[in-house]
Design a protein around this ligand. Structure first.
Ligand SMILES: [Zn+2]
Length: 236
């Protein structure tokens, strides 16, 4: 499956074929930055010792990357299980009741606006060419573009989580003593703005709403964890 934008016979570009891995990658990166930055800010608010901050950040990165990859693998695997079971059912129906299946295909085209005669002709020709392919595409709505690929999704989100989560961690390491929170918050907001714009660019969507969205939720997450960390810091 090529991540390049799909170019149809005429001019306009379509980005829909990027949606699968793009969604996993942006989700993984966003989660990586926000969860590890919030963890670092929360721990720094409770106990400023540099070691505690690095341990929390490193553990958060490892745990988050593994859970992200595992979660994506499990959820996409169950989706591909469902798709495979549907395709097996379709294969059996085509073997056992081919005429009925062809009528069903024709009725799908009729419901999309074709005349009865044209729909029957299209169904006939598609059935002759590749009956299963036609039913999988037209009836189940599955296509190459959206084929669930658990390993790809798991790797994409685990990897992007790790790379993204390393940003606030590096900022925490490089921050002057006592400046961990402002440096990590600043670096994180810059990274989130870049991620929002990049994700929108790759998906061919408007940049500003996407950027503001990730900035707002990132800032909210860090503010809340800093508050919780402050409360714990005072009470410990
Ligand atoms: Zn069918």
């Amino acid at each position: 499956m090529s991540p390049l934008p799909y170019q149809s016979a005429h001019e306009e570009l379509h980005f829909i074929n990027r949606s699968g891995w793009l969604r996993a990658a942006v989700l993984g990166a966003n989660d990586g930055i926000v969860s590890v930055a919030s963890l670092i800010v929360g721990v720094a608010a409770a106990d400023p010792s540099p070691t505690a901050v690095l341990i929390a950040g490193g553990a958060g990165l490892a745990a988050g990357a593994m859970s992200m990859a595992a979660g994506e693998y499990v959820s996409v695997s169950s989706q591909s299980d469902i798709e495979r079971a549907d395709i097996a059912r379709e294969t059996a129906a085509l073997r056992d009741t081919p005429e009925e299946e062809e009528r069903e295909l024709a009725s799908i085209f009729e419901s999309r606006g074709l005349s009865q005669a044209t729909a029957a002709l299209v169904a006939r020709e598609l059935t002759e060419k590749d009956a299963l392919g036609a039913h999988v595409r037209e009836e189940l709505g599955l296509s190459e573009v959206h084929a669930a690929n658990p390993l790809q999704a798991a790797l994409a989100s685990g990897l992007t989580f790790s790379v993204a989560a390393a940003m606030p961690l590096i900022a925490a390491v490089l921050a002057p003593a006592g400046q961990v929170i402002p440096v990590v918050v600043g670096a994180t907001l810059v990274c989130l703005a870049l991620l929002g714009a990049l994700g929108a660019q790759a998906g061919g969507a408007p940049k500003l709403p996407a950027t503001l969205r990730v900035l707002f939720w990132g800032a909210a997450a860090m503010a809340i964890t800093a508050g919780v960390g402050r409360i714990f810091g005072v009470s410990v």
